[in-house]
Structure formats: structure tokens, C-alpha cells
Design a binder for this molecule. Structure first.
Ligand code: ADP
Length: 256
């Protein structure tokens, strides 16, 4: 029943900007092993909710728990070490480094970062470096970017950069990945590759994803369930197909 557990639980979460409740008494659960889509009209509070979950904003009220641990208002770098990653949170690509080098920059807490270890145990540092390089190569192969391993990241297309960003989450021990409009501005072919990579990571590596998206085709292919937000809280939860037919959902989009 592992897959039925909730990895994230949000209870009565609110965020006020002055008098405006961007997120308002919002409660939801993200199931471990799911790819959960968050949709909703502009201004419905999706980004604010992500900012609250990812530690980029402090809440006004309510609780967030991750694997049954209270992580309300925990800063993003601490969440990162617990395994919650937001795609934009990872530094943008280093344009003058290759794809492989960009991936190798991600892992934290290597012995090489500790000067004493580097001086006393250079062989340990070397072994770790080789392991990281191998891991980076595996990630590149996984994402079908093998032909671009040595290409400068700055020369990649927008969609390839998104794949690289996803690859960076694979270099650390991510448990919950928050994808913020990862499909935006990506051409159809690469969007398909991106979707395939997300599905593969979910099915084969057990990643849980929570993604804000606008592209309903992309969402229908990947997400179950879909959570629809309106006016800062959850309006609907169910399959993408059911969301498209739900009267309240349709009204919330039309009533903008
Ligand atoms: P969405 O991502 O669904 O478009 P947002 O979370 O960006 O929605 O915004 C929800 C509401 O909160 C909107 O009315 C928006 O104008 C407001 N809002 C978001 N961020 C801020 C902010 N930093 N200061 C004031 N109002 C904000």
C-alpha cells in the first residue's frame, strides 16, 4: 500500500497579500508515486501555493507536512535536502559549461567540497568524481541527450534546457518534484520527450511529481489526479477527463 500513502498533506493553508487571499483555507493531499496536475484559471493561486510548498513564501495560516513531518515555512534549501525540489529552484544552467558538466555541478555534500578531505583522502574525492560523472552520463542517456553531452548548455533549445533541468533533479535524491509550467514554450516533439522522461522517472524511479500546467493534452497524458484551483482553494479533484466535463470547473474558467 506504499503508493497509497500521502507524500504531502496541506491543511487549511492560507496566504494573504494585504487584504487579498491568494491561497485561501486550502487543503489537499498528494499521493506518493502520483503525478498530480494543478490547474486553474489565472489568479487562482497555483503559483502562490507552489511558493508556499517549496519554502519560497511564508504562509499566513495552515500547515504543510511532507512524509508526515511538519515542514510549514521551512526554507527551500532545507526542503531540498529533504528531497523536495522545485525545478526553477535549482540554479539555471551554466551556459558556458557542457550538458554533462552542468549535471555534475548539482550534487551537494561531496567530500571534495571539504578541503581537509581533499588533502587527506584525494583518492576518495577522485572516486566520488568518477561516480558523479558516471551518474551524469546515465542521466544524459536516460533523457536521450547523449548526442548533446558535450554541447554547451547555452546552445541548447528551450525544450532541451527543460530536459536538462529535469535531469538536474535526477542528480540528487529527489522524492517530490514540483514542476512549474515545465511544458511552457516547448515544441511538440520535445514536449513528448519531456512527458516520456517524466513518466519514466515516475514509473521506474518512483518519483512523485506535482505540476502546474496549462497544456491540457500534456496534463491528460501525464496527470492523475488533476486538482483544479479557483479563488485560492481546491474546486475539483479527479481525472483530467472528468475535470474537462465538470460544470464548476468550466464555469471557473469562463467566469474569469
Ligand atoms: P496563478 O498562479 O493561479 O495565476 P497566483 O498565485 O500567481 O495565481 O496569484 C493569486 C492571486 O494573488 C492573484 O490575485 C495575484 O494577483 C495575487 N498575488 C500573487 N502574488 C502576489 C504578491 N507578491 N503580492 C500581491 N499579490 C499577489
Amino acid at each position: 500500500m506504499e503508493r497509497e500513502q500521502n507524500i504531502l498533506q496541506i491543511k487549511n493553508l492560507s496566504k494573504y497579500f494585504g487584504g487579498l487571499a491568494a491561497v485561501s483555507d486550502c487543503s489537499l493531499k498528494i499521493k506518493k508515486g502520483s503525478i498530480t496536475g494543478i490547474i486553474g484559471p489565472n489568479g487562482s493561486g497555483k503559483t502562490t501555493l507552489f511558493n508556499l510548498i517549496a519554502g519560497n513564501l511564508k504562509s499566513s495560516q495552515g500547515r504543510v507536512s511532507f512524509n508526515n513531518e511538519d515542514v510549514t515555512d521551512v526554507p527551500s534549501y532545507e526542503l531540498f535536502s529533504k528531497g523536495i525540489l522545485r525545478t526553477f529552484q535549482i540554479a539555471h544552467e551554466f551556459t558556458n559549461l557542457s550538458v554533462l558538466e552542468n549535471l555534475m555541478m548539482v550534487p551537494a555534500n561531496q567530500s571534495g567540497e571539504n578541503l581537509i578531505t581533499a588533502l587527506l583522502k584525494p583518492s576518495l574525492v577522485r572516486t566520488e568524481e568518477l561516480a558523479i560523472k558516471q551518474k551524469a552520463q546515465d542521466v544524459v542517456n536516460f533523457l536521450n541527450l547523449t548526442h548533446l553531452s558535450n554541447e554547451l548548455a547555452g546552445n541548447l533549445s528551450g525544450g532541451q534546457k527543460k530536459l536538462l533541468e529535469l535531469g538536474r533533479t535526477m542528480m540528487v535524491d529527489a522524492k517530490l518534484v514540483l514542476l512549474d509550467e515545465v511544458g511552457a514554450g516547448v515544441n511538440r516533439t520535445l514536449l513528448k520527450d519531456l512527458g516520456t522522461a517524466i513518466l519514466k522517472l515516475n514509473k521506474e524511479e518512483g518519483y512523485t511529481f506535482c505540476m502546474i500546467e496549462h497544456d491540457m493534452e500534456f496534463i491528460s497524458r501525464l496527470c492523475d489526479p488533476v486538482i483544479v484551483m479557483a479563488e485560492g482553494s481546491v474546486l475539483f479533484e479527479g481525472t483530467a477527463e472528468d475535470a474537462k466535463k465538470d460544470e464548476k470547473v468550466i464555469e471557473s474558467y469562463l467566469g474569469r
